[in-house]
Design a protein around this ligand. Structure first.
Ligand SMILES: Nc1nc2c(ncn2[C@@H]2O[C@H](COP(=O)(O)OP(=O)(O)OP(=O)(O)O)[C@@H](O)[C@H]2O)c(=O)[nH]1
Ligand SMILES: [Mg+2]
Length: 634
């Protein structure tokens, strides 16, 4: 093992705090509040959530102490031991031991502990001390610990451990003063240079010894043991009940889609009206011609057809973030473990798959928490089948055009169909994972799910608003970049060449778009896709929503108003269903494929994903269309 190079601080630079290029790493068990502390120290807005494995990458920020000294802070994935078992834990180990190429070892460790669960944290501190870096121990979540009657003599603990110990409530920025009071003098004096690391992967004997030492520390310095969290236990008795649990999970998801559909509608109508108004305004100001067509049919119709879905995306994530921060998601994983296990998925795949509701990219990255290589690969390959938010525009458009806005037994029919589409995504994940396991290996594995169930916490408005803000930002940025440029290209293709003199058909029929569409259409004709859909699917490879914006442009250029009414008038139900089936499976986003390649470590798996998803999409659409036509929906 490479030993840590000694890095001492240049004493001459003490007058210039900015010159102090000091790096401090946050290390601790999963879900102990490292990222909350990182955000408090640096003003960053990294994702915080009440489950293990939120952070899977190293993130850097700049903190400024009370005395105005600056240093960089590295937020790291949580780990119980430096004996890393999964790729996210390896990140933490490699950073601390200087095993990341081109990166130096940090100068200091801020060990973060969940004060309500000190034993495990102190065991990790035992390991960290061997790394040879100066350590400050932060007892975080001290608010919860005090509430539960826990009293920690942190000064005595500090004397016993031989390192400074402070307490904190990271989510309320509490304890930063004490931390600066502790850190500032250390920086003033110059952080001691690193000693040679003596860390070695602990044997099971070492682990037992370390556990006993942690036990001793707790017995010596925790004055009153915490009362068990009876509230969490009571909630869990109901929520984890084998019969009631899954029903509650289903009811929650069901209510979510119902609410999303009814709450989002007024906002969507308002945005839609605003863009229509804008189009009219621009048509009034700018004379008829190419520029007007570009602005109204290309830019405004295209971008508007996407932005309109923002409320729905935000409402969906409002629920997901609420459940995440409450601490329910780890329970959902626990409940799904049996079903997922039958399908050959690791219980730990739940959170990555759940993250894929936002976008497959963070989902695939979150698969780093899975230690078993094959399980991780399976999760990476099926994650793109989860219903990501880029599918929402496509689904909603088709639902709005073809599913009547009525209630069935008091439930919104449109909400039911959306629920069904999400269900289809989940089902396809399970089926594909099952088949993959059958193909990869038939060995049985019954490893129990090792999952930390966090205590329930009241969701924090800040965490939720932050999550929503970030979703909105990503969505709008895409609308302003990828989608905007795709729109410009689609508009140009749909406009040129212009119709010849005396032409009788709509002008678009003479355009490049029509030529391209008609060239591809024969391949997609058995699926019931017309040439307009075929045109929209191609730029849809850049990002799924582009297909909707593409349809908006293609149809607006054809001269019909109102995309929903147009497709309701021009497509058969069979075509609509077939397009929905296509979107459940098709690999319609290049960035996801790039991330699969990176995370799976080879281009082979990217091709596997691409081919199996296209094959499934084609097959599913073909079956859907042909059956629907046979049943008279053509
Ligand atoms: N009450 C209270 N809650 C806290 C405190 N610090 C963090 N939390 C909550 O604890 C949960 C976990 O916080 P994170 O900052 O995501 O934890 P983490 O250590 O970065 O977790 P991983 O990245 O998964 O290793 C979140 O729900 C936070 O809101 C605290 O001091 N008091
Ligand atoms: Mg974190």
């Amino acid at each position: 093992m490479s030993s840590a190079p000694a890095i001492s601080q240049p004493a001459a630079n003490q007058t210039d705090p900015d010159a102090l290029r000091l790096e401090v790493a946050l290390v601790g068990a999963p879900n102990c509040g490292k990222t909350a502390l990182f955000n408090a120290m640096t003003g960053a807005t990294q994702k915080v959530g009440n489950y293990s494995g939120v952070t899977v990458e190293r993130k850097v920020g700049i903190a400024t102490t009370a005395a105005g000294r600056k240093f960089s802070v590295i937020d790291l994935p949580g780990t119980h031991s430096l004996r890393a078992r999964s790729p996210d834990e390896e990140v933490t180990r490699d950073v601390l031991l200087g095993q990341r190429p081109g990166e130096r070892v940090p100068d200091m460790i801020l060990a973060v502990a969940d004060a309500t669960n000190l034993r495990g944290a102190l065991r990790l501190v035992g390991e960290l001390k061997k790394v040879g870096l100066p350590i400050v121990l932060i007892l975080n979540m001290i608010d919860i610990a005090r509430h539960r009657g826990l009293q920690i003599d942190h000064e005595a603990l500090s004397d016993d451990l031989g390192i400074p110990v402070v307490t904190a409530t990271a989510v309320r920025r509490g304890g930063l003063d004490a931390l600066w009071e502790c850190v500032d003098p250390m920086l003033e004096a110059g952080v001691e240079p690193a000693r040679k690391s003596t860390w070695q992967a602990p044997s099971s004997h070492d682990l037992r010894v370390a556990m006993r030492e942690a036990e001793r520390l707790v017995n010596a310095h925790v004055i009153r043991p915490p009362e068990p969290d009876t509230v969490s236990a009571k909630i869990d008795r109901v929520v984890l009940n084998p019969v009631a649990g899954p029903l509650i999970l289903l009811a929650i998801l069901f209510t979510m889609f119902q609410a999303v559909f009814s709450w989002a509608t007024p906002f969507m109508d308002a945005i839609d009206a605003a863009f229509t108004e804008l189009g009219v305004l621009v048509s009034d100001v700018i004379p008829e011609g190419l520029i007007q067509s570009f602005l109204v049919d290309g830019v405004i119709a295209g971008i508007g057809s996407i932005i309109v879905f923002l409320p729905q995306i935000l409402f969906t994530f409002f629920f997901i973030l609420l459940l995440e921060d409450f601490g329910y998601m780890a329970r959902a994983a626990f409940l799904m473990d049996r079903i997922m296990g039958k399908a050959g998925l690791n219980g730990r795949a739940f959170i990555p798959l759940l993250s894929s509701f936002a976008c497959a990219i963070p989902g695939i990255m979150a698969a780093r928490v899975i230690d078993n290589k094959r399980d991780r690969l399976t999760t990476i390959l099926v994650a793109p089948l989860m219903t990501c938010s880029a599918r929402i525009p496509v689904y909603t458009l088709i639902i709005a055009a073809f599913v009547p806005n009525t209630k069935v037994a008091g439930l919104s029919l449109q909400g039911l169909v959306m629920f069904g589409l999400y269900g289809a995504g989940v089902l396809s994940v399970l089926v594909v994972a099952f088949v993959a396991r059958y193909l990869f290996s038939r060995e049985e594995r019954n490893a129990p799910l090792m999952l930390d169930l966090p205590d329930y916490k009241l969701p924090r408005a800040r965490n939720i608003l932050l999550g929503l803000y970030q979703r909105a930002k990503v969505f709008l940025r895409r609308a302003g970049t990828v989608i905007f440029w795709a729109m410009v290209i689609i508009w140009a293709l749909s406009t040129f060449p212009t119709a010849p003199e005396g032409a009788t058909d709509p002008a678009i029929n003479y355009s490049f778009a029509a030529m391209i569409g008609k060239f591809i259409a024969p391949v997609l004709a058995p699926l019931g896709f017309n040439w307009q859909i075929s045109v929209a699917l191609v730029p849809g490879m850049a990002a799924r929503e582009v297909a909707v914006a593409g349809l908006a442009t293609v149809y607006a250029v054809s001269g019909d108003g109102g995309l929903i009414n147009t497709i309701a008038g021009q497509w058969s139900l069979a075509t609509a269903l077939s397009l929905l089936a296509w979107y459940i499976f098709a690999p319609q986003c290049i960035s996801t494929l790039a991330v699969i390649r990176r995370e799976a470590g080879s281009a082979k798996w990217m091709w596997v994903a691409l081919i199996y998803m296209f094959a499934l999409a084609y097959l599913a659409s073909l079956l859907t269309y042909q059956i629907a036509v046979a049943l008279g929906a053509g």
